[in-house]
Design a protein around this ligand. Structure first.
Ligand code: GDP
Length: 444
């Protein structure tokens, strides 16, 4: 996410950060560099102009000139102006309506609307314990109706049936009546998208809007289209009272132009980011955290939240206690650790939230950590319990059998044994102090 923009901005800011004094020329030069970086990121021109003007104005003011650490102060100004450009504060989903709260989803075909409908439904059901129903009003593509049914069912959300041949407004009103009868908290309505903004589509969604009176009308847009995403959102905002935007495919967007342009071009807040194809890949949009990520400062808050959600606290506590009591670390413990890490989801999404994460990620492009970890677990699985408990028993002939059993080469088994031994040594050293404490604190 935003790797290119982040590495450019980090370079500019690093060169200025340590400065004890900032001259007007230095500020002007930095502003030029920032401008270039934003142009390259495909940010809308008026947004760039506004941002640079504000940064320059503040940089020449007392905030920086009288600061004891002007370089740092400059960084803070950039961070705060980026936050403002991104919308200032997070705007949570508004569900304060007579239930069911209706969420109308709009967007072009292929923007990720159906995927996002299911992601949002999952989030409301699992994280917020809402009773959610979804319905598709895409009567032009039977495949779209079926797609929503499949993805929503996969996340355990009820789907109101619809079919081609019905009118979208009829479907929507029937779904709303059904949701009322079911005492649903939320009804999410997926709609038909076209490949471009067109009058018929606009008219249809306006009718749906009138029939449903949604509390949220969200525009879903593909962030890979850069500032065009903001322009399309603007066209929709002109026709419909949009309450927010969801940017999808952020995981593939190295530039950031859409994220930085949407708020100012549309006047509407970004509410969520789609950060992957899977149904749990939806993040709440926090302008300040994203600004930090963009300038290479990482997003520790989101990282902590994400980790806390995913670590199985009970298991972590058990493992810590077990390690402490038996004081020896075997391959079963090693496997359990790997599984814990695997459960935390893709390493990439965690790493990119660390300060300097974008750079680490670039270096790791060729290493498929998830695959490597899966391999390690498969190898351990094909050992006997005895071997897992007493790894030193594993001699060459056993290694060949284990390799054959898990479909890998003997070298892979050797590599795993080395990794295990290093980890065991490390565990021995730290078990008395740091690690045990850390694992216990994670657990609760
Ligand atoms: P719709 O036509 O607007 O309903 O779009 P879909 O929901 O069918 O999505 C189009 C494609 O984009 C599918 O292949 C999705 O898996 C993919 N997609 C949607 N959101 C994301 C995202 O946040 N990240 C990535 N990488 N792919 C996404």
């Amino acid at each position: 996410m935003f790797e290119n923009l982040t590495s450019r901005l980090t370079r500019v800011l690093d060169s200025i950060r340590g400065q004890g004094r900032l001259t007007e020329e230095q500020i002007a030069a930095a502003a030029r560099e920032l401008r270039m970086a934003l142009l390259e990121a495909d940010v809308a021109l008026p947004v760039i102009k506004d941002f640079i003007d504000k940064v320059k104005e503040r940089a020449l003011g007392a905030e920086i000139t009288q600061s004891l650490t002007p370089g740092q102060a400059f960084l803070r100004v950039v961070q705060s102006e980026l936050t403002a450009t991104l919308g200032g504060t997070a705007e949570p989903l508004n569900l304060r309506a007579q239930p069911p709260a209706v969420i109308l989803m709009a967007g072009l075909q292929g923007s990720g609307k159906t995927t996002t409908t299911a992601k949002l439904a999952r989030r409301l059901k699992h994280d917020e314990k809402k009773n959610v129903i979804v319905v598709s009003c895409d009567v032009y593509r039977p495949a779209a109706i079926e797609q929503l049914r499949i993805v929503a069912t996969a996340v355990g959300v009820d789907v109101f049936p619809s079919s081609v041949g019905q009118s979208p407004v009829d479907i929507a009103t029937a779904a709303l009546a059904h949701a009322r009868l079911q005492y649903a908290d939320v009804l999410i309505v997926d709609t038909a998208g076209r490949t471009t903004v067109d009058q018929d589509m606009m008219a249809e969604i306006a009718q749906l809007h009138a029939a449903l009176n949604p509390v949220e009308t969200l525009f879903v847009v593909d962030s890979m289209t850069g500032q065009d995403a903001a322009k399309t959102a603007r066209a929709f905002a002109d026709a419909l009272p949009l309450t927010g935007v969801i940017l999808t495919k952020i995981d593939g967007d190295s530039r950031g132009g859409a994220a930085l342009s949407v708020r100012q071009v549309t006047g509407r807040p970004i509410k969520f980011l789609g950060v992957g194809e899977k149904s749990d890949k939806l993040e709440v949009f926090h302008p300040d955290r994203i600004a930090n990520r963009i300038i290479g400062q990482g997003d520790m808050l989101s990282l902590i939240e994400e980790t806390a959600k995913k670590v199985d606290a009970e298991k972590a506590a058990k493992l810590a206690n077990k390690l402490k009591s038996k004081k020896s670390f075997d391959l079963e413990d090693f496997r359990e650790q790997m599984q814990q890490v695997q459960n935390m989801g893709s390493m990439e999404s965690l790493i990119e939230k660390l300060p300097g994460g974008a750079q680490i990620q670039a270096q790791m492009k060729n290493v498929n950590t998830a695959k490597e970890m899966g391999k390690v677990i498969a190898i351990i699985n094909s050992m006997t319990p005895q071997e897992r408990k007493f790894p030193d028993l594993i001699k060459a002939s056993r290694k060949r059998r284990i390799a054959a059993g898990s479909g890998v080469q003997v070298q892979d088994v050797n590599k795993l044994m080395r990794q295990f031994e290093t980890t065991r040594d490390m565990m021995k050293k730290v078990m008395s102090g740091g690690m045990a404490k850390m694992m216990r604190s994670l657990a609760g």
